[in-house]
Design a protein around this ligand. Structure first.
Ligand code: MG
Ligand code: ZN
Length: 215
C-alpha cells in the first residue's frame, strides 16, 4: 500500500520550483519570497521598498492572500506591477500558483520580483517557490517566543526583519532573546531592526536589496 501523499505534493512542487529558478536565473531576476504571520507588515514593507527603489529598478509583486485584492491595490498605488493570487482557503502559496501568476509579470523587463506569501509561519516555510531568498518579518508585537515556536521558518529565511520597533516601549519583547534564539537556529541569517511606521532602519534593508540585485 502506498500512502506518501504529502511527499508527492512536495516533490511535484519542487520540480516546478526548480523550473522557476532556472527561468529567473536566465532573466537575471532577483526573487524574494516574503513571509510572516498576518499583520506583521509585509505589504507596508513592500510599499516603502517600491517607493525607494522604483526609480532605479523595475519591480513586480505577486500577492498571495486567502481572499480579496486589497494588498495588490496598495502595491499598484505604490508604483509596481502587481498580480493577486487568491488561494481560496489555502494557507500558503505553492509553485503551481506562482506558475499561473507569472505570465502576468513581464519578467524579461523586471529586475526584482517579490512574492508576498499568505500570512502564516507554518507551511510557507516548506514550499519552495523557486525564489532566491526567503525574507521573513517578525513584529515585536508578536512577542519574543516566535522563533522557538516556529523554528523552521527562521531556519529557511535568509533575512529576518524585526518590524514595529517603535512599539518596543509598549510591548513585552526581549530583542536580545530573539537574536540569540534565531542565531542558534540559523547562524547565517541577516537581521535588521526596522519600523515601517517611523522608517527607522529601513535603509539597511534597502541596501541589502540593492546589493543582491543582479546586473
Ligand atoms: Mg499583505
Ligand atoms: Zn498552508
Amino acid at each position: 500500500m502506498k500512502i506518501p501523499v504529502v511527499r508527492d505534493i512536495l516533490e511535484v512542487n519542487d520540480r516546478i520550483a526548480n523550473e522557476h529558478r532556472e527561468l529567473f536565473r536566465k532573466n537575471n531576476l532577483l526573487v524574494l519570497n516574503l513571509t510572516s504571520a498576518p499583520g506583521a507588515g509585509k505589504t507596508a514593507l513592500l510599499e516603502h521598498t517600491i517607493g525607494h527603489l522604483k526609480e532605479t529598478i523595475r519591480i513586480g509583486v505577486i500577492e498571495g492572500d486567502i481572499q480579496s485584492s486589497a494588498d495588490a491595490e496598495r502595491i499598484l498605488r505604490a508604483g509596481a506591477v502587481a498580480v493577486q493570487i487568491n488561494t481560496d482557503g489555502a494557507c500558503h502559496l505553492d509553485a503551481n500558483m506562482i506558475k499561473a501568476a507569472l505570465p502576468a509579470i513581464n519578467i524579461e523587463e523586471t529586475d526584482l520580483l517579490f512574492i508576498e506569501n499568505v500570512g502564516n509561519l507554518v507551511c510557507p516555510a516548506e514550499f519552495d517557490l523557486g525564489e532566491n531568498y526567503k525574507v521573513m518579518i517578525l513584529s515585536v508585537a508578536e512577542g519574543d517566543d516566535k522563533p522557538e515556536k516556529y523554528p523552521l521558518m527562521f531556519h529557511e529565511a535568509s533575512v529576518l526583519l524585526i518590524n514595529k520597533i517603535d512599539l518596543l516601549p509598549y510591548v513585552n519583547c526581549d530583542m536580545n532573546k530573539i537574536r540569540e534564539t534565531v542565531l542558534k537556529i540559523n547562524p547565517n541569517i541577516a537581521i535588521f531592526e526596522i519600523s515601517c511606521q517611523t522608517k527607522e532602519g529601513l535603509h539597511n534593508w534597502f541596501q541589502w536589496v540593492s546589493d543582491h540585485i543582479k546586473t
